[in-house]
Design a protein around this ligand. Structure first.
Ligand SMILES: Nc1nc2c(c(=O)[nH]1)N[C@H]1C(S)=C(S)[C@@H](COP(=O)(O)OP(=O)(O)OC[C@H]3O[C@@H](n4cnc5c(=O)[nH]c(N)nc54)[C@H](O)[C@@H]3O)O[C@H]1N2
Ligand SMILES: Nc1nc2c(c(=O)[nH]1)N[C@H]1C(S)=C(S)[C@@H](COP(=O)(O)OP(=O)(O)OC[C@H]3O[C@@H](n4cnc5c(=O)[nH]c(N)nc54)[C@H](O)[C@@H]3O)O[C@H]1N2
Ligand code: SF4
Ligand SMILES: [Mo]
Length: 697
């Protein structure tokens, strides 16, 4: 055996701690890091397929410059010198004419985000756009509206809970390995699981209670639950009195939303709603209403997320074992976090407004640290608020991960420079001018991960293999571009090792300290704040604000009246809902040789009765059409989905012909979707598209 490396998986962005065994310079085995409790040997199918990613000859093998029209697939291989010179020269021409603000960078927030942000700021651009809004932007805003903390600063203590409630949080398929193990262990000790989804998922099959809710009506269920909780005084009175404001307003708001009303709206019987509320009242405060990610995605999503959080608040399940908690940083143990390039003195703070208008009166509340990438196409097309001319797509695919691919393509046409930093022939790479290939997660070291939680820790992705092909780590690519633009003073490193050593300086840890286990703990003790006197909410009042100053000061109501979502109207018209499966990550693993074999294309889940009326049988090819796009897909006719919606897996229908296994397989949900957003929370309404489904002759 050559060596064992403790590092972090990156087949998806959960970053599970892993142990990789290397023999003769090749990966021979990947498993969960046995030093991390809850990870002993555990990995999901995608994590195990990491080896196939490294070995795949269909990934980008070196820098490429496009030679024909965008999307024509005409390329030439280039050296790094040439490709970087080329990009730097084009970038210089653009910023000379249109200013630094004409450059945008879309990214999946990641360990080297501080490098991307530094790159943009050095250029003079405010236009950093992370995936966050598309994943959980409205949840972020909801958390800030109540607690003053972002969702990323809030954790859930699954291990000690008595009742976990999941609203379309299909955690047994859209996996996070460690939480899944914690949930299973809690259930083995008697914890209950309630799962709510218009579709029977694997998680539904493991739940004690499952409700096939009418799509888009979770908010009605939650208002009725609050109604019962107030009526029957099931709340945690001590906690509310000490830490919560605006309860009277909340109580009077939900007074008309009875369980009988919610039953009509959701399809869940009133007496079941009442029984559920009582059960939770008994289990409190050790109950978790999971904030969710991609369950219901409507344009009023902010209020759904707030209602879920408010249920936790009413149960007093905040900062208590078995509930939700505020994550603690190294400070609780007298430690210091790793520093970031963005903390450097003298780094410019661009003053121009953001292209997505986040932080301006037009779109005041989404988190400006992330922005709203779905606003990019219209900003480019309308040249509003100013011309945007260059786009960097870094570990993010604007074509497949944002609604309305056709509109995004039109916007790309208006740009003078499109660069992707990717590991694979993604669709955005296919439509780029230059592709700069990053080394895969097993072939590079990354910036350390500050893992704040009840017990703060710090993790490091250590390099396992030397790069197979002519690739570089992202922070080196950006540094080399910056150097060519005369901005190297903000990039004080020439290798990943130097960058990581610079970052670790304040922590007192060294790079060598990570070799043994891949992570270091600041403390062994769990840190909860004192619920009598020690809670520190970051709202103006210092309390949890049911009537939110964040919302009200921006002119939004904390409790707008409930509006019933549209239903299909005609028998062939359905709300389109989407999601993930255990075998794939979003849009990026469909070409992986192992995973492609497991799930090669998506199918369309359609309710048995609805399909029967349209003459569609299981396995038939059908036409799915929206105002944006149409395609053909096989029907999966099933009783396990609500008749008002159809479901398909996200991430299929790839256009890049260089990814031969995934090319043209299945239909792209992003192409079908219309691009509408929650004006308060900032997320796009990814479940607001109606499609027609017709049998194909
Ligand atoms: N295998 C795998 N695991 C992953 C990921 C991955 O790509 N692959 N990605 C990770 C990431 S970034 C994320 S954000 C999470 C996503 O985690 P989830 O949010 O759990 O993911 P989805 O698979 O999108 O599941 C959404 C579910 O919501 C249901 N749904 C649709 N409409 C409604 C509604 O109105 N009400 C309710 N209650 N449910 C509804 C859908 O039927 C679907 O089952 O997964 C993470 N884990
Ligand atoms: N239509 C639609 N859009 C969605 C969603 C949806 O369900 N439907 N879900 C939303 C959610 S929850 C999320 S989190 C986002 C995710 O959006 P994305 O981040 O775009 O999706 P991923 O598939 O995680 O990765 C995108 C790209 O990263 C590349 N990549 C993978 N690893 C590396 C690496 O190590 N380095 C580099 N440089 N590139 C790498 C992949 O090849 C791929 O091209 O999408 C959101 N957008
Ligand atoms: S959930 Fe799976 S793919 Fe994602 S980081 Fe963990 S092991 Fe890797
Ligand atoms: Mo996500």
């Amino acid at each position: 055996m050559d060596k064992e490396v403790y590092t972090q998986c990156f087949m998806c962005s959960i970053r599970c701690p892993i142990k990789v065994t290397v023999e003769n310079g090749e990966v021979s085995f990947i498993e969960g890091n046995p030093h991390v409790s809850g990870m002993e040997g555990s990995l999901c199918p995608k994590g195990a397929a990491g080896k196939a990613l490294v070995d795949d000859s269909q990934r980008v093998q070196g820098p490429m410059i496009r030679t024909g029209p965008r999307g024509s697939g005409q390329w030439r291989r280039a050296s790094w010198e040439e490709a970087l010179d080329y990009v730097a020269h084009r970038l210089k021409t653009i910023t000379d004419q249109y200013g630094g603000k004409s450059v945008a960078l879309t990214e999946r927030a990641q360990l080297s985000t501080h490098v991307s942000k530094t790159f943009l700021r050095a250029l003079g651009s405010p236009n950093y756009l992370s995936h966050d809004a598309l994943c959980k932007g409205s949840m972020n805003t909801a958390c800030r509206s109540l607690f003053g903390y972002t969702d990323g600063q809030i954790g859930m203590d699954y291990s000690n809970t008595r009742h976990l409630v999941l609203y379309g949080r299909n955690i047994f398929e859209s996996i996070q390995v460690k939480p899944v193990r914690q949930i299973v262990e809690a259930m083995n000790r008697g914890a209950k699981l309630t799962y709510i989804d218009p579709r029977v998922t694997v998680t539904a099959s493991k739940a004690h209670r499952y409700w096939m809710i009418r799509p888009g009506t979770d908010l009605a269920l939650n208002y009725a639950l609050m109604h019962v909780i107030f009526e029957e005084r099931l709340f945690d009175a001590n906690f509310l009195e000490r830490w919560v404001t605006g309860l009277n307003e909340l109580r009077s708001f939900v007074s008309s939303y009875t369980p009988e009303w919610a039953a009509e709206e959701t399809g869940i019987p009133a007496e079941e709603i009442v029984r559920f509320a009582r059960e939770l009242g008994r289990d409190k405060p050790r109950v978790i209403f999971h904030m969710g990610y991609r369950g219901a995605h409507q344009v009023n999503e902010i209020h759904l997320r707030r209602s879920i959080l408010l249920l936790n608040v009413l149960m007093g399940s905040v900062e208590t074992p078995g509930g939700i908690f505020i994550k603690k940083g190294p400070g609780v143990a007298g430690g210091k976090p790793a520093r970031k390039l963005t903390e450097q003195e003298g780094l410019p703070k661009p003053e121009a407004p953001r292209l997505d208008k986040v932080g301006t009166p037009e779109f005041p509340l989404p988190d400006p640290n992330h922005g709203a990438p779905q606003m990019l196409p219209r900003a480019v097309l309308n040249q509003e608020p100013y011309p945007v001319k260059a786009l960097f797509a870094f570990r993010f695919d604007p074509l497949m991960s944002m609604p309305d691919t056709n509109e995004t393509k039109q916007a790309l046409e208006e740009l003078d420079l499109v660069v992707s930093i990717d590991i694979q022939h993604s669709d955005i790479a296919w439509y780029s001018d230059v592709v700069l290939p990053e080394s895969t997660y097993l072939e590079r070291m990354d910036s350390p991960q500050q893992a704040n939680s009840l017990k703060p820790q710090i993790f490091l992705r250590q390099q396992t293999l030397s790069p197979r092909y002519d690739t570089l780590p992202g922070p080196i690519i950006l540094r080399e571009l910056a150097r060519r633009l005369g901005l190297e003073q903000y990039f004080p490193y020439s290798s990943m090792e130097e960058l990581v050593r610079w970052q670790l300086e304040p922590t007192g840890f060294t790079l060598e300290d990570f070799r043994a286990k891949g992570f270091l703990a600041y403390t062994d003790k769990q840190h909860f704040w004192d619920r009598e006197s020690g809670l520190a909410f970051k709202t103006p009042s210092g309390k949890i604000e049911c009537v939110s100053s964040l919302l009200e000061d921006a002119g939004f109501s904390s409790f707008p009246p409930y509006e019933s979502p549209e239903s299909g109207e005609s028998p062939e018209r359905f709300r389109m809902v989407v999601g993930r499966c255990a075998q794939h990550t979003h849009v990026s693993t469909q070409n992986n040789p192992y995973l492609n074999e497991l799930v090669p294309e998506n199918t369309l889940w359609i309710n048995q009765r609805a399909a029967g009326e349209l003459g569609i049988k299981d396995g038939d090819l059908v036409r799915i059409s929206s105002d944006q796009h149409s395609g053909s897909i096989r029907a999966k006719v099933t009783e396990f989905i609500h008749p008002e919606c159809v479901f398909l897996l996200h991430g299929f229908g790839h256009e890049s012909q260089l990814a031969e296994r995934s090319f043209n397989k299945g239909v792209s949900d992003a192409a079908l979707m219309k691009n509408v957003s929650d004006p308060v929370g900032g997320s796009p309404g990814l479940h607001e598209t109606f499609v027609t489904v017709r049998p194909l002759p």
